[in-house]
Design a protein around this ligand. Sequence first.
Ligand code: TSJ
Length: 639
Amino acid sequence: MDENKHYDDSDIQVLEGLEAVRKRPGMYIGTTSEKGLHHLVWEIVDNAIDEALAGYCDDIEVVVGKGNTITVKDDGRGMPTGINQKTGLSTVETIFTVLHAGGKFGGGGYKVSGGLHGVGASVVNALSTWLEVTIYREGKIFYQKFENGGHPVEPLKEIGTCEENRTGTTVTFKADPEIFTETTIYNYDTLAKRLQELAFLNKGIRIVLIDEREEDKKDEFLYHGGIIEYVKMLNKNKKVLHDEVIYVEGTEDGIEIEVAMQYNDSYNANLYSFTNNINTYEGGTHEDGVKRALTRIINNYAKNAKILKDNDDALTGEDVREGLTMIISCKHPDPQFEGQTKTKLGNSEVRKIADDVFSEGFERFLMENPEEAKLIVDKSMTALHARLAAKKAREITRRKTVLDSINTLGKLADCTSKDASISEIFIVEGDSAGGNAKLARIPQTQAILPLRGKILNVEKARLDRALSNEEIRTMITAFGTGIGDDFDVSKLRYHKIIIMTDADVDGSHIQILLLTLFYRFFRPIIEGGYVYVAQPPLFRITYGKTNKYFQTEEELESYRTTLPSNAKPIVQRFKGLGEMEAEDLRDTTMHISNRILRRVTVEDAMEADKIISDFMGDDVLPRKQYIEEHGHEAEDLDI
Ligand code: TSJ
């Protein structure tokens, strides 16, 4: 058997491998939607980040080209250009054509690309119409191009020379529209958000994003303070309890833990954890270790300072995390990702390491900064007292259910069906819209709950205050689920909770408040997919005997052009639900066969929650800025 035969065999195998990726792209990148498209960028960027983490690169540039091409460029050592013994191909060609070839050669250090995604450059190549790589190394320039889903046009070739000190790798690719059938257009904000996050998580790396598609757009992310600056950004619109961000860092057994934290005066915890730059949404051992240490140390401090007496209830994790913004970043040579979405760190040794590293640093901080220590302990103590008060309030609420039921019955027009799976409740703003909805409903399956007063802004209220709000108590009673620790989603009396508000700024505001309320106190109803937003029309156009309804002026105008030129239709603009005829409301918004409902996702609710905490907290300035900047868009605010 000669050398060439061997080469042919592996070449065929290689192409079969890439063909498999094209046949089942979802297996490799999860989805071929817009999300999958962006995944290609992360795969390539991860390689440059690896080079930076190995200590050889501090400049990364991502360019979105005119035809939605992506170029990623680094100033690292340049990919090795020699021949790979196993494949008989150049290392470069191996990396771009053999599945899972990444990380099998040289290097050392952390491989972010070996983590959650880690499918590597060959998958990007397989899913691209073409891909080019250029390497600057040892005074030479090397180049290779691939076409039609990963087929090399020629082997890697030296195409010129450069200055000895110029090194780096540049990759350009064009995602294949036959694979990414939904879209091949990149979203600047999606790219910017993740690249900024990578810059926060990897201090000292400069990451530049350039958009050449229309007018030139550019962002540069470089954070010498790393996650300290991340925490500062998250707390930007908040009143912080102490000026300095607390920062703790340490390495044990090659596992690096970094924590940055700062308290603000809100009641929410804002905690994000990462492992090898991957957001561990589901938490894991690094998060457990830090949380455990935080609770223990604040309890010990409070006891030693005699703030917490021997017979007092201990501070819980939730107490000590109230108002806390925290980033935990772990870098691990061999992370095990678990959980439903593979975003939970499973390595058990990390729990103790994270605990050790964090407790040592945080204890020292408290000792050296008694003023800040007192503020933090006091904040936790207030949370504890509020928690005990809420418990009492809940007990009272529970006892008051009979009374509440009577109140609720007065407002609620319930449906006659007791089968939750076919029952719906419309939450309607105001009595006049409520009256209309009562006329328009199907009484067997559709219940109407008009809300009268202002819904409480939950950003400023803990559970105890929320429970004292009559509108909220009414909803709890109507839903049948209870709240807080007593919450039981199986008792939900309606499997569709439909928010129906006017299509204007006030309506959007009420939607945001309700979603935030549900997110904070009734989260399982959002997770269960029980919450919807109704889409009432803004216009009715009557021509002859037919009525047509539209949600936007554009839709209305484009319909108008289909009418004969001499037609004179009498167009009606609805200012609110209360102004519509009950018949209109039924035909467009409530009747099962005509209406459009938008199911609220957890992401929608998180977004609402973020809008509330960014813009509707105590601080009026950001709210004013937001309204000034976005006021004109508010009408089509889509949440
Ligand atoms: F993988 C890839 F082709 F997609 C890609 C790799 C894309 C980009 C934008 C950058 C890179 C990359 C790879 N940048 N830097 C490196 N470094 C190496 O591959 C490398 C260089 C030298 C040595 C060595 O031991 O001398 C080891 C490695 C892993």
